[in-house]
Design a protein around this ligand. Structure first.
Ligand code: AHR
Length: 658
């Protein structure tokens, strides 16, 4: 099937033109910045030596945390860090890591070399590290060997501002206010090192442990269940079936393994092998997403790729259990391919955490005592950070083939986004280590006026940065493009990653002129019992009418009903508008027939948003809401040029008159 998308490769005389089409009229999903997340486990020198050196170290530190590492991570806008594992999480007992450090008990890190863990880096140290980096924390709870009470109390210790023995303990340990940690994992790889469980058993545990992770004030935990390893679709189906409606995310782990050799010891066959394994990520995400779609069509549950990356044999002379590996141009290109895949699947993938931040597997940073070096992978995260929180622009890629020993991969992959200032960012990979590629880029609904770019490449596929030579693989200004008419022609060297910043003018779809517009929206009110928004075209309304704004019609039954609102929203100026819907239970919002906010399913008050580019004037709006039992919340909001976030005002809502 892959071959269908490939163009035939011509001889060098007949330049192959790869073609990338961006459709700026199809912008729906935001690229969650958490896709650019990290994972830091108590493993080898990942935490100890890599992040934590202790307050008495001669290595410059803030309260024990390395300054150089924090500064480097700040530069790439790390949005989130997952901790304390990994396999370590299911043996970690958080109470061992609080209070005076010299009184903390020691333990054996049985997963990673049987070394002594002195617990000097615990909850408050991790949360301080996140504060210094400027990122959100993501804590993985222990479902393997810990108790329900233990996890429940961890959430309370970290998130409650109330009075209780645990919050008093926190205050005694020097922290008055709660930290307000949002992201929590329900165990790690529970099908393997996290307890060798069956999915049915795990799903029950996830429901039970999750139930006692309480909301304190505004701090509602976002619960992430253990998902599959790569293509274990049966695990995904069963966990989604049995626990899907109790969690907010499900984790996917997938590594590109080539662990019979070290990171720098390879030829083209090792290069091709890693590219092939890396590109499989797309299939694993799509097929797992199809399963999620079956149980969660409103895309409420996030697919969280919270472990990914390359995995080789360790560097010679290092502890095999410490997973310390070098990092070459091959890793940089593999990281860029993965990030393109995550961007393109951002309707479902709303977090990803590369394994791991420092000194472990595909790291951003390597340290050796006081020395530090940023890897080629770090620089990919640096040049890709422009995609964080941008709106994804769908791309269609026709690629030349990269053929190695009779096996074929597409040479080019790509993703694109538009940021809040209207700049389009296009990231391109040429994975072919031998052939330069010429790429014709056409942007539909966007008039290009100016382009700049950055490139990451090197002369050799094994090129890497060392403590003595830290700038072998670093980004450079890229000027290998030309603009002729509407076509942007990009010439990529072999094995390179390019990120373009394209300025221009978005051409949003023309507004629609309703007949005799009059204030207010039409609504249709239905009664029935649903777990998801019903198919409104198949059911008969109990009543219909007009409302000045989007509000629950009076006289509703309080539970087991649904409402659909339809009409026009009139926007005052061309630009990017964000729509929000906060609801309990499910809701959705469409503009001009396109889904902008998807907030479906049975849930507590949850706000979701989406951004669209609109021309000045009228646009069709359709909002749907359903209420089953329990609490009821519903509100629709707008933010845009000159409009602060506010409930969509009655003055902007219209319907067609006679
Ligand atoms: O990242 C290293 C290990 O890989 C993690 O601890 C585990 O979750 C995975 O198998």
């Amino acid at each position: 099937m892959l071959l269908l998308g490939l163009l035939v490769r011509f001889s060098p005389a007949q330049q192959v033109v790869n073609r990338v089409t961006l459709d700026a009229s199809e912008i729906t999903y935001e690229i969650d910045k958490n896709i650019y997340g990290q994972f830091s486990e108590h493993l080898g020198r990942g935490v100890y030596g890599g992040i934590w050196v202790g307050p008495n170290s001669s290595i410059p530190n803030v309260g024990g945390i390395r300054k150089d590492v924090v500064n480097a991570l700040r530069k790439i806008n790390v949005p989130i860090v997952r901790w304390p594992g990994g396999c370590f999480a299911d043996e970690y007992h958080w109470k061992d890591g609080i209070g005076p450090r010299d009184e903390r008990p020691r333990m054996i890190n049985t997963n990673w070399g049987g070394v002594t863990e002195d617990n000097s880096f615990g909850t408050s140290e991790f949360l301080e590290f996140c504060r210094l980096v400027g990122c959100a924390p993501y804590i993985t709870g222990n479902l393997g060997s810990g108790s329900v009470q233990e996890l429940s109390q961890w959430v309370e210790y970290v998130n409650s501002d109330n009075v209780s023995p645990l919050t008093e303990l926190r205050r005694k340990n020097g922290r008055d206010k709660s930290w307000g940690v949002k992201y929590w994992g329900l165990g790690n790889e529970s099908w393997g090192c996290g307890g060798n469980m069956n999915p049915e058993y795990y799903a029950d545990l996830a429901r039970r442990y999750g139930n006692f992770m309480r909301t304190y004030g505004e701090n509602r935990p976002f619960k992430i269940a253990c998902g599959p390893s790569g293509d274990d679709y049966s695990w995904t189906s069963i966990v989604m079936r049995d626990a899907g409606s109790y969690v907010d995310g499900i984790a996917l782990h997938y590594y590109s393994f080539a662990n019979e050799r070290t990171a720098i010891d390879f030829t083209e066959s090792g290069w091709f092998d890693i590219m092939k394994k890396t590109l499989r990520m797309d299939e694993y995400i799509r097929k797992n997403s199809e399963i999620l779609d079956r149980y969660d069509p409103g895309k409420r549950v996030a697919l969280v790729v919270d472990e990914w990356g390359t995995w080789y044999n360790v560097e010679p002379g290092t502890n095999p259990a410490f997973l310390y590996q070098q990092n070459t141009l091959r890793d940089a290109v593999a990281a860029a391919c993965n990030l393109n895949i995550f961007n393109n699947n951002c309707d479902r993938v709303r977090m990803a955490n590369i394994a791991q931040t420092v000194n472990v597997l595909q790291s951003m940073i390597l340290t050796d005592g006081p020395k530090m070096v940023c890897t080629p992978t770090y620089y990919v995260f640096d040049i890709f950070k422009v995609h964080q929180s941008g709106m994804m622009i769908p791309v269609n890629v026709n690629s030349a083939p990269y053929i190695f020993e009779g096996d074929t991969l597409p040479a080019i992959n790509c993703s694109a986004s538009i940021d809040s200032l209207g700049t389009v960012h296009i990231s391109l990979c040429n994975i072919d280590p031998d052939s330069p590629e010429s790429i014709a880029i056409v942007a539909k609904s966007f008039l290009i006026s100016d382009v700049t770019g950055e490139i990451l490449t090197a002369d050799s596929m094994t090129a890497h940065n060392t403590f003595d030579n830290p700038n072998i693989v670093v980004p450079h200004t890229f000027s290998g493009f030309s603009l002729s008419g509407e076509m942007l022609d990009v010439k990529m060297p072999p094995m390179s990653v390019v990120v373009l910043a394209v300025k221009g003018k978005l051409q949003p779809p023309a507004p629609i002129e309703p007949k005799n517009p009059r204030p207010g929206l039409n609504f249709r009110y239905y009664e029935g019992v649903w777990n998801f928004l019903p198919n409104f075209s198949l059911i008969v309304p109990k009543s219909t009418g007009m409302l000045p704004a989007i509000a629950i019609p009076g006289g509703n039954s309080g539970e087991n009903f649904a409402v659909e609102y339809e009409g026009y929203v009139k926007v005052p100026a061309e630009g990017a508008y964000t729509f929000f819907v906060n609801s309990d239970d499910g809701s959705s919002l469409y503009i001009d027939g396109r889904l902008v906010v998807s907030n479906d399913g049975l849930h507590a008050p949850t706000e979701r948003s989406g951004r669209v580019f609109l021309s000045e004037g009228y646009h069709r709006i359709k909002v749907s809401f359903f209420q089953r039992g329990g609490g009821m919340t519903f509100g629709a909001y707008i933010e845009g040029p000159g409009i602060p976030r506010e409930e969509i005002p009655a003055g902007m809502l219209f319907s067609e008159g006679k």
